[in-house]
Design a protein around this ligand. Structure first.
Ligand code: NDP
Length: 497
């Protein structure tokens, strides 16, 4: 008997390679039946409520406050009071201590937050655990480091806080977007009123516990939940000095119109339709991983998702074949299963939008491919989808689908790739896959996108600025650039003017 035979004797080779269920326990999260609004460090009883649900099974999770204009006013007043009564005058090194504390508490309670994020938003637990939570904590750490170095970040410019920041965030990265907004605002000495998205308020509400644990002075951060009306009341409030918004281009434009002439500062991080450009000299298997990560990560609910794949004609067929084979291995299902790659669609509304645009793709003549997969009966689901034979004019090549849907187009030359990649009203991100460093730089200079990834996709770091061109918005979040929207400068004084 050979050595190999003996080993097989002891450990039979499995015949079935499917994954066994690996559900994450949810008992680490203790939900309240009803949540108030977090104003001035206290829970304030709302006059109206709505129910937030779990998109994986449509089960109700909790009753959430629908903040009215009067509630928003109370929150802005609390933020103003905290700004004037100490927070803005606190030395940067003292503000930093609170931010460091928040970062550490987020790390300590990471599992609780990750489970809640997946429960309320539908994203796979391995993403909330390995991406959202570590990055959210890293953001607080990073901006804690800047709090006492603002004069070095902007030499000769005398930075000072803007005042009260109104911040409105979407549902695709609820806690991470909260961190992107709150960390730089506080580091610069501002106070905050933040409105989470209607469908995903729970991690922002749990974050209020963290604020108390960190003993952040009352009123420095206020959280008002509710739908678009609450967001609009915050935008319109006279006591707000700056609005930071992440969400759809449509609402972003409406906010910009409302703020015109008010003197309020504004940053907008809006939609995208990123081009992921694959040249024939790239490592195709690696590119396939990047394409999959680019569009199926977080069910494609990503503003910088690589939703348009441009394949050089000479490798189009092998690339699409490999991609389809890879799609067959994606596990779609329960977001709380640790093996899941593609979780639940965030809401009924979003599912309707995806379905409508996919139907438009079929009607316009594109070829659809979806791998065989069994979708759960309850909840909101959409199979990973690839469209080939797509023309540039099709809606699926022009509009942000914000779902797990990829449109594949082709090109022959680098010039053509640039022209087609830039043929979009958006300009948030792009990807290039090639062995040639010079070609990466050539492409990066020509593609009109705030972020260009080379031989990778969807990589984030708090020290790296993120933001768009054209209809993807303006202003940068992350890095030293991310401090600027939260500061005013006394330039003239500094120069003796
Ligand atoms: P919205 O732009 O409506 O939502 C973003 C945030 O703005 C939410 O907190 C929302 O509240 C709030 N809001 C809505 N209306 C107003 C208003 N008039 N004034 C102030 N704040 C407001 O995005 P949706 O959730 O409706 O998604 C629609 C589409 O937008 C998606 O299909 C996707 O294409 C795109 N999108 C892009 C995002 C990005 O990161 N670029 C993020 C989210 C969506 P509420 O949640 O209650 O509506």
């Amino acid at each position: 008997m050979t050595e190999l035979d003996r080993k097989q004797d002891r450990a039979p080779v499995p015949t079935d390679w499917t994954y066994a269920p690996a559900p994450e326990a949810t008992d680490i999260v203790s939900l309240r039946e009803r949540y108030g609004l977090f104003i001035g460090g206290e829970w304030v009883e709302p006059t109206e409520t709505y129910t937030t649900i779990a998109p994986r099974d449509e089960q109700p999770l909790a009753e959430i406050g629908q903040a009215t204009a009067a509630d928003v006013d109370a929150a802005v007043q609390a933020a103003r009071g905290a700004f004037e009564n100490g927070w803005s005058a606190l030395p940067g090194s003292e503000r930093a201590k609170y931010l460091f504390r928040i970062a550490r508490i987020l790390q300590e309670r990471a599992r609780e937050f990750a489970v809640l994020e997946s429960l309320n938003g539908g994203k796979p637990i391995k993403e909330s655990r390995d991406v959202d939570l570590p990055l959210a904590a890293a953001h607080f750490f990073y901006y804690a480091g800047w709090a006492d170095k603002l004069e070095y970040a902007f030499p000769n410019r005398r930075p000072r806080p803007v005042g009260v920041a109104g911040q409105i965030i979407p549902w695709n990265f609820p806690l991470l977007m909260l961190a992107w907004k709150i960390a730089p605002a506080l580091a610069c000495g501002n106070t905050v009123v933040l409105k989470p998205a209607e469908t995903t308020p729970l991690t922002a509400l749990l974050f209020c516990d963290v604020l108390r644990q960190a003993e952040l002075p009352a009123g420095v951060v206020n959280i008002v939940t509710g739908d678009g009306r609450t967001g609009a009341a915050l935008v319109d409030h006279d006591g707000v000095d700056k609005i930071a918004f992440t969400g759809s281009t449509e609402v972003g434009k409406a906010i910009q119109r409302r703020l015109a002439g008010t003197g309020k500062k504004l940053t907008l991080e809006l939609g995208g339709k990123a081009a992921n450009v694959v040249f024939d000299d790239s490592a195709l298997d690696q590119a396939v991983e990047g394409i999959v990560n680019g569009i199926y990560f977080n069910q494609g609910h990503v503003c910088c998702a690589g939703s348009r794949l441009f394949a050089q004609e000479s490798i189009y067929e092998p690339l699409v074949d490999k991609l389809k084979r890879r799609l067959e291995t994606l596990r779609v299902g329960d977001p709380l299963d640790k093996n899941t790659d593609v979780g639940a669609i965030n809401s009924r509304m979003q599912l309707d939008k995806i379905e409508e645009l996919v139907q438009a793709g079929k009607d316009e003549g594109a070829d659809i491919y979806q791998p065989p997969c069994t979708l759960p009966e309850r909840g909101y689901w959409f199979a990973p989808t690839v469209f080939t034979n797509v023309a540039q004019s099709y809606r699926i090549a022009q509009e942000e689908i914000f779902g797990p849907v990829l449109s594949v187009l082709t090109f022959r030359t680098p010039d053509e790739a640039v022209e087609k990649a830039n043929n979009t009203p958006y300009g948030l991100s792009a990807g290039v896959w090639t062995e040639k460093g010079s070609r990466i730089l050539w492409m990066a200079q020509r593609m009109r996108a705030g972020v260009v990834w080379a031989n990778t996709f969807n990589r984030f770091d708090p020290s790296s600025p993120f933001g768009g061109y054209k209809e993807s918005g303006f202003g940068r979040e992350g890095g030293r650039h991310g401090l600027e929207p939260y500061l005013d400068f006394d330039d003239s004084e500094a120069w003796g003017g």
